[in-house]
Design a protein around this ligand. Sequence first.
Ligand code: ADP
Ligand code: ASP
Ligand code: MG
Length: 405
Amino acid sequence: MLVVQKYGGTSVADAERIRHVAGRVMKRVRSGDQVVVVVSAMGNTTDELIDLALQVSPEPDPRELDMLLSTGEQMSIALVAMALRAMGQEAVGLTGQQAGIFTRAQYGAGRISRIEADRVRAELDKGRVPIVAGFQGITDEQEIVTLGRGGSDLSAVALAIAIGADRCENCKDVEGVYTADPRIVPSARRLADLTYEEMLELATQGSQVMHNRAVELASVYNLPVLVTSSMVEAPGTLIHGESELEERNRVRAIAHDTDVAKITVRGVPDKPGIAADLFEPLANAGISVDTIVQNASEARLTDLTFTLARKDLRRAEGLMPEICTRIGANGFAADANLGKVSIVGVGIQTAPGYAARMFRKLSSSGINIELISTSEIRLTCIIEAARVPDAVRALHDAFELEKAE
Ligand code: ADP
Ligand code: ASP
Ligand code: MG
């Protein structure tokens, strides 16, 4: 079997864990599998590098910031390769460039355009384990670009597709994908499998366990991804295209996010083109807007509310006065302290009653719902950030997620 194994920051946080990861990789290779490893930066290295950059510049130059951040993963590849060699296993650390991972800039938000995997294949053929730096690639102009936070998941999936791996294994400090974040719900249960759609919804709604673009890419190429433990031998959670009949009728898992802000624009004239005039300047500034709710209009004036990531609120607030003037709105108000909680499952689309149960449970827990959004397989309530953990626990209980499927 040919596999790509990705180890996240927690799994390579210190020398001991790096030796542990090397030991696992070696065992796997000795068992006869071909393994390519993708690693993230150690522990909180990326956060620390960002802090450092902010100490020398209030707005670090994006090119140099990527130059700096890419060093985090470069440390990890060297250390994991060294540890493997010390165990007598041939290995070679490769930067994104050396591994042939080509990206299109935007700095800090690169997109993988292609992978020229000849070097990785050649190393495998020589019996060496390639240890590839995640989160980074190179542009055709030879500039280093990072892929956005959590981007090593994406590097691993893309590399697995490029070399025709049987699957990608995402090795973490948890034993798979749980019915909710186990840090919030200790009784959360590991799921044996999930569909790409379900994992994509969970990832997009805040579950850190896998990067949403990585799930999307795996789904397009039908690449199975096993989310599993980097610490112990565990069966993990298989993310793939099929769903069991019995699972169709349930809520599978709960995702949460405590990083939500909202802006309400008041007294917006109700005429065609207004929504475009409102959202275009935000999109041009790279601010993505999530849930949008427009109230029914009264006297041809309406209120429009939308949510966005808290980190983007300051910039959005800076743009709003001009937007309000241009569209003739009365003004706007912002709320920075929101969060969201979502129930996800392919069964939601066919069975009625999930929404009512969710709203009832939140209300009986004294949690006020600010906004609601849905997809075919998801229901999301925007609530006060401070109540998010309570909401997750209450819903986990209401949908009996601790019970075996
Ligand atoms: P890595 O460094 O390996 O990329 P992350 O820290 O990004 O790992 O993601 C793992 C964390 O995601 C876990 O420690 C866990 O607390 C959190 N998490 C959130 N939701 C879930 C979930 N549904 N199942 C498992 N872990 C989850
Ligand atoms: N080190 C990067 C980050 O912290 C990439 C990753 O961990 O996937 O975002
Ligand atoms: Mg991660």
